[in-house]
Design a protein around this ligand. Structure first.
Ligand code: ADP
Ligand code: MG
Ligand code: ZN
Length: 640
């Protein structure tokens, strides 16, 4: 969204929306001219004529007023001796046009001959003119040829050669989109929940606004700031906000675009980008998805080597070395994989400042929700604080999506305001996917209900477990049902009891099936995977197995690491780990079955309610099972 500000310099370079506007204006103008000219030619060759009713035509023929006619199928044109008019007060002319009804059974031919009208007939389906045939034959070929020429020009422009003049050349250049140059109107007010990061960037803004203040004492401002964070945490947003706050031009490119580019294009673009940024200084250069080209050259992740990436990366390094901070250009870059970046990028004088953009915590999520619901009319029952605590693990982009889905859900039911229920629906949709229409037998539904109730009940019965927010047996995405538990507040460390509770809860579905039907289904697959992961980490990572002891035996995992085929421990230890993982899981399963057996009445009650209502909220679950509510969610203090 380039925002032309009318200022000279940065907004007239590179990708220029004005040029496209001119292009379309030109096309539009030509079309208009075409219409005007052709209508002039037509009116010159065909004298003015009027359309008259068929019976009036017959009257004129019988009155001897018609001189001649030309028939094309059933439509008739002709000339008269004295002017005719379709009615009083309407224009009259000596040329007329009329349509003979197909049901007419008058003996028109005889009438015409009797009245001395000369008759001319034309073929109603004239043969296609030669030029049309030619166009049909050669048109597509011509289009392809022109398209090809256009592309050639385009890549020539991207290579830095610039347009070689001429219409095609210039349009080609603008289409190459060397990069975006704009002045974003995003500010820090549009970014929420990541205050620590904002604080770090305030200094950058300050420098861009008043560079003299910093240069006076000979201090240097970082040349490059690397924003590291998971996708959707707001890195691009932050970079734009920095430019918006400082009121400087924002030159951005996405490194992932270079991957498919022609060799040499990337480096040329980078060179051009920095050149224009320097000319427009103070300015911000933003390189998005830096890891796409900045991958370490030693990881072997790029087998065969990618010449283009290497050249582009080298060009970025050269450019960053080539200017000092007095030029007032600051390079921001974003990545979600800092671990794979080439160390050369992280050397002093390049991206020497690294800022981690974290997942927002509960308060952060609340603030982000407030931003994205600013323009949505919220119903009185909407509790953004509750939604914030239900959405642990979501990032800014997810929350924006959530607010949007809720608004769409409300619009779908023709409501004027968005309600809490819309948000619950949206949350379920965002987390689990859209509802799926499956025709399930009553027995299947009952089995699913027992499975989910098993999870839910164990969540309720175990002290310290995350509160159960919702149970549903509506199939969504990959799952047939869902039990949503979410912590009262974001947790950063876990006790052993809590982890065992999680395992027991996750086994609740299987335990319930076993208890009620004596057989198990495949529905517990993902539950078991989750259980194994937690139990294994308890043993190898967190020292929660007395037999294995307080050792960290976790494999170094992660895609950035070279593959290792050796474990850092012996076969005996490996066997011991497996044994301990199994012991923990079995203990938890026994616990799950025991708890469900002694609370069978509550389990049945929950299943009964679920089969009736499909989905149960937190209060309904508590009411049905008669379990006392856990400690209430502490309210989030108002924003500082
Ligand atoms: P990233 O670049 O980290 O992948 P983006 O900056 O593209 O993420 O975020 C996508 C969208 O999500 C933003 O345009 C914004 O609407 C929303 N968003 C992300 N983080 C935040 C935040 N901290 N505050 C407000 N909105 C956010
Ligand atoms: Mg981004
Ligand atoms: Zn399950």
């Amino acid at each position: 969204m380039p925002t032309p500000t009318g200022k000279p310099g940065p907004n007239t370079v590179g990708y220029n929306p004005m040029r496209w506007r001119r292009f379309w204006l030109l096309i539009f103008g030509l079309l208009l001219l075409n219409i005007v000219i052709s209508s002039i030619i037509q009116s010159a060759s065909t004298p003015a004529s009027v359309t008259i009713p068929y019976n009036l035509f017959l009257d004129e023929v019988n009155g001897g007023n018609v001189v001649n006619i030309t028939a094309t199928g059933d439509s008739i044109t002709g000339t008269t001796r004295s002017a005719v008019s379709p009615g009083a007060g309407q224009p009259s002319a000596k040329n007329f046009l009329t349509q003979r009804p197909s049901f007419a059974s008058d003996n028109l031919e005889t009438t015409l001959i009797k009245n001395n009208v000369s008759i001319l007939a034309e073929n109603p389906n004239p043969p296609t003119p030669l030029w049309e045939t030619l166009l049909l034959w050669f048109g597509p070929t011509l289009l392809i040829v022109f398209g090809f020429i256009y592309l050639m020009r385009r890549s020539a422009a991207a290579l830095g050669g610039g347009g070689s003049g001429g219409l095609l050349g210039r349009f080609g250049q603008s289409g190459a989109r060397l990069y975006n140059a704009e002045r974003p109107d995003t500010t820090f007010a549009d970014v929420a929940g990541i205050d620590e990061v904002k604080a770090e960037l305030v200094e950058i803004v300050d420098f861009l606004k008043t560079p003299e203040k910093y240069q006076r004492l000979g201090g240097t401002i970082p040349k490059g700031v690397l924003l590291i964070g998971a996708p959707g945490t707001g890195k691009t947003l932050l970079a734009r906000a920095v430019a918006g706050e400082a009121g400087v031009p924002f030159f951005s490119i996405s490194a992932s675009e270079f991957i498919e580019a022609i060799v040499g294009v990337g480096a040329a673009r980078v060179r051009d980008l920095f050149q224009k940024a320097r000319a427009a200084a103070p300015a911000i250069v933003f390189i998005d998805e830096l890891d796409a080209i900045g991958r370490s050259r030693s990881t072997g992740a790029r087998l065969g080597g990618n010449e283009e990436q290497e050249q582009t990366l080298n060009q970025i390094l050269t450019e960053m070395d080539g200017f000092d901070t007095h030029t007032g250009v600051i390079v921001l870059a974003a990545t979600n994989r800092a671990d794979v970046l080439d160390p050369a990028l992280l050397r002093p004088g390049r991206f020497d400042r690294r800022v981690t953009v974290p997942f927002p915590d509960r308060r952060g999520r609340l603030e982000i929700l407030r931003i994205h619901t600013r323009h949505i009319p919220l119903g009185p029952d909407v509790d953004l604080g509750l939604i914030a605590s239900l959405s642990a693990g979501m990032v800014g982009a997810d929350l924006r999506n959530l607010a949007n889905e809720a608004a769409l859900a409300a619009a779908r039911r023709d409501a004027n305001t968005v309600s809490q229920a819309d948000f619950s629906d949206a949350l379920e949709k965002v987390e689990l996917g859209s509802e799926r229409k499956l025709s399930l037998t009553q027995l299947d539904r009952e089995k699913i209900a027992y499975h989910e109730s098993g999870h839910a009940l164990l969540g309720l019965l175990q002290p310290g477990a995350d509160p159960v927010r919702r149970v549903s047996i509506i199939p969504r995405g990959q799952s047939l049902g869902a039990t949503v538990q979410s912590p009262v507040d974001d947790r950063f460390s876990y006790g052993e009891d809590y982890l065992r509770g999680r395992i027991t809860g996750a086994l609740g579905g299987r335990a319930a099936e076993e208890l009620v039907y004596g057989v198990v289904t495949t529905g517990a697959e993902s539950d078991l995977r989750q259980v194994t992961v937690i139990a294994r980490q308890m043993v190898v990572k967190w020292g929660m197995s007395p037999k294995v002891g307080v050792l960290s035996l976790a494999d170094d995992e992660g895609p950035g690491q070279p593959l290792s085929f050796s474990r850092p421990y012996s076969e005996e230890t490996a066997a011991l780990i497996d044994e301990e993982v199994r012991r923990i899981c079995e203990e938890c399963l026994r616990q799950a079955v025991a708890l469900l057996t002694s609370n069978r009445d509550k389990l049945d009650a929950l299943v009964h309610a679920l089969l009736e209502h499909d989905t149960l909220g937190e209060t309904e679950i508590l009411a049905v099972t008669g379990i006392a509510a856990p400690a209430t969610v502490p309210a989030i203090p108002q924003p500082r």
